[in-house]
Design a protein around this ligand. Sequence first.
Ligand code: AHR
Length: 495
Amino acid sequence: MTKLKMTVNPDNRKSHINKEIYGHFSEHLGRCIYNGFYVGEDSEISNKNGVRTDIIEALKEIKIPVLRWPGGCFADEYHWKDGIGEKSQRKKMINTNWGGVVEDNSFGTHEFMNMCEELGCEPYISGNVGSGTVQELSEWIEYMTFDGVSPMAELRRKNGREKPWKLKYLGIGNENWGCGGNMRPEYYADVYKRFQTFCKNYSGNELYKIACGPNASDYHWTDVLMANINSWQARAISLHYYTMPGDWNSKGSATDFTTEAYYRTIFRTRFIEDMIIRHAEIMSKHDRDHRIGIAVDEWGGWYDVEPGTNPGFLYQQNTMRDAIVAAVNLNIFNEHSDRVVMANIAQCVNVLQSVILTEGEKLVLTPTYFVFKLFRDHQDATLVDSYIEPYNIGNEGEKFQAVTKSVSVDQNGDMLITLANCSIDEDIDLDISTGSFTASDVSAQILTGEVHAHNTFDSPKNVEAVEYQGVKLDSNSVSVCLPKCSVVSIKLKKQ
Ligand code: AHR
């Protein structure tokens, strides 16, 4: 069996891991909102104000910190005033991006903001820049956050909400290089500045504005955007990157894939680290004090839809491969938390790499869900330096480090080590030295299974995180066996 050494340097404290790195994304797409989160108040499925209670409980369990809405591409066609007031009077529209279905606007601003309050998470609103107006976005902010006397605050009160909500995160446009208007970065930068000028801070609410950043490795977009905006105008720029084992026309099956496709998926997932590093370098040229962060507000695996489902609904299954994809991404985001201020997996329920799948009243938690559970305690902890000796695996010409990791220390001084063994045919023994950190106790959890293993509505508990005994503590060192295709979290109690 391969044996590797890992060193943790707890005295080298690196950066704060914003809890928002563990964020989620919910779009009016397929069954994410309707027949996903939202079943309506009259549904027989247990709900609170129309939102499924089982989803609320599951997301609270992983401490969901932030939820992005209403898109995605949908955001740049969304007119918020269509989604307020008496439901029967709300306008119906066509969701042109996603399946051409009728959007009845029964889930709108009140439903979303109240749902975030119920979940205990920050709302992240993605504003319409592509087909909306400055006035429309400006009034939306006024509607949600103003406590005084104004036309929009009165309208909100008339619609049943006396006090404003708190809104921190505001995205000004989505993918404006693509579905959000096919703009050039020079043009978008000007449009961004105009829109953001009229998004005001009302009644003590402080907006954290996020500009539309690059598509994956479009470094030119980052360069031009950063040359034209400053940290007064934007706190972060977004980055979108999806992992596909194939290409846009044939992405590959979510459940039926070869070993080669598996390793390609992980190889391509790891590419996000190179992108973060290069985008950050370009950003530093224009923003020497690193005041502007990166919000990876769409990430995850994107495969062909499940056979027999609407191609516009992007519904896919979720296997142990996705658990590894999630663990690799989250470890990378932690390691770059000096720059990565937020990340939102796409998407939370029933779309792309979901943590939850539903069918009628049934609900399954996916392998990806359990990764968020294992990594939960990194939220708002401090990243500390760590190193694993190199051991590469993968396809010819596409090799990468077999084990990914990140280590943090929380406010009590306890340490969390998260690891993924990306090999699907080899267990790996890891000897971890924790340096000056002396532990009094150790506990661990594991998520493992055959790489194609997944949970179904008939068999919802095939893959679950469980307590793990394969860890031995010897005050300043820990040894752990990482079974092939596994994600392990180790919690060390400070002595
Ligand atoms: O998440 C699905 C879509 O992917 C989003 O609507 C869009 O922003 C991206 O291209």
